[in-house]
Design a protein around this ligand. Structure first.
Ligand SMILES: [Zn+2]
Length: 343
């Protein structure tokens, strides 16, 4: 097995990609410029009818993380692996066993749901097949499990998603331009794609996308395409930050798929509802000022709810090495620092 699927080592605090520190905060091309100085504000609410394409010009508009060097067979079509064995391209002394194993794996996991390419990324063992994690940029990521492809906050133009399977399910967390981009959504959905959004975000979407939307407010749950989805609160605590994310407007999510519980924080501080989370296997936790929270807050919350794996995301300008150090080794949390802002 090891010859065919190189997993990301499940070591604590693994560091695979550099830089460890998100690039310094920098003025963004204008999503919308409602914000106060010093620069255009990614978090500013879009004007009615204003859904910009400017995100295509973002300097970090790198789509795909196509090659993660230690994971060359993660996401590979099992048939291609069998074919490689048959060609002798994979030198495995017990190739016969390997063929049997791969065929058995296919039999167990069933055919892929998506017609497009299999998502490349980091494999996390789950029931029925690996959960694949594919960071894209800032708050945008893709997940795949048993051929079901999920996008979270897809923004930044269709180019970012050109090499990825089309989404079966899209989760939106909030109304700001780094989370909701109607033009990108319209370009990437298939006829089958379902959308989940909080009420305020659903209202921002154009009419032709609305029939796809399942609206979930904080605390509401639904199961779509076999994925249990719980909308959880995401908001600012600090008085001077509540203007960015008012309580009740945005969603975080807890997804249950393949027996794994995946937490997506959305834009939030270290709210009591986050600290009270239980049995989270994989967490995506935001940290950046002035919009969400400090790395100290994030690390403190993570140490309290103890996800097995945590990916800092939505972390532009944050000192991720400090976050990792503050989480520490003693809780046994695998801190995964990734480059969410590749040039
Ligand atoms: Zn944001």
């Amino acid at each position: 097995m090891g010859a065919f699927v190189h997993r990301v080592p499940a070591t604590r605090n693994s560091i695979l990609l550099f830089p460890l520190r998100c690039p310094p905060a920098q003025p963004e091309p204008s999503f919308t410029s409602l914000a106060s100085p010093p620069g255009p504000d990614l978090e500013a609410a879009p004007q009615p009818g204003q859904f910009s394409f400017e995100t295509d010009a973002e300097p970090e508009n790198d789509p795909t993380m196509k090659s993660l060097p230690s994971e060359s067979f993660v996401g590979a079509n099992p048939a291609s692996v069998v074919s490689a064995i048959a060609r002798g391209a994979v030198r495995e002394p017990r190739a016969g066993f390997a063929v049997f194993f791969v065929l058995a794996l296919v039999a167990v996991s069933g055919p892929a749901r998506a017609a497009g390419p299999v998502l490349a990324g980091e494999a996390i063992s789950a029931a029925g097949g690996d959960l694949i994690v594919h960071p894209i940029n800032h708050a945008t990521l893709a997940l795949q499990w048993k051929g079901l492809t999920i996008y979270v906050d897809p923004v930044g133009g269709v180019g970012r998603f050109a090499d990825l399977p089309r989404p079966d399910l899209i989760l939106l967390t909030d109304i700001h331009g780094d989370h909701l981009d109607a033009a990108t959504l319209k370009a990437i959905v298939s006829d089958q794609t379902k959308l989940v959004a909080p009420p305020a975000a659903a209202e921002q979407l154009p009419a032709d996308l609305r029939p796809r939307i399942t609206v979930l407010a904080n605390g509401q749950t639904n199961t779509l395409l076999g994925v249990a989805i719980e909308a959880v609160p995401a908001y600012n605590l600090a008085a001077d930050r509540q203007k960015f994310h008012a309580r009740g407007r945005g969603n975080g999510y807890v997804l249950t798929l393949g027996g794994k519980r995946v937490y997506l924080s959305g834009d939030t501080e270290d709210i009591p509802e986050m600290r009270a989370l239980k049995q989270i296997d994989v967490a995506f936790v935001c940290m950046n000022l002035p919009y969400t929270m400090t790395v100290d807050q994030a690390a403190s919350a993570v140490r309290e709810f103890k996800p097995k794996i945590v990916y800092p995301y939505h972390c532009r300008g944050s000192d991720l090495e400090k976050f990792q150090k503050l989480v520490g080794d003693d809780p046994g949390i695998d801190v995964r620092l990734r480059d969410w802002y590749k040039p």
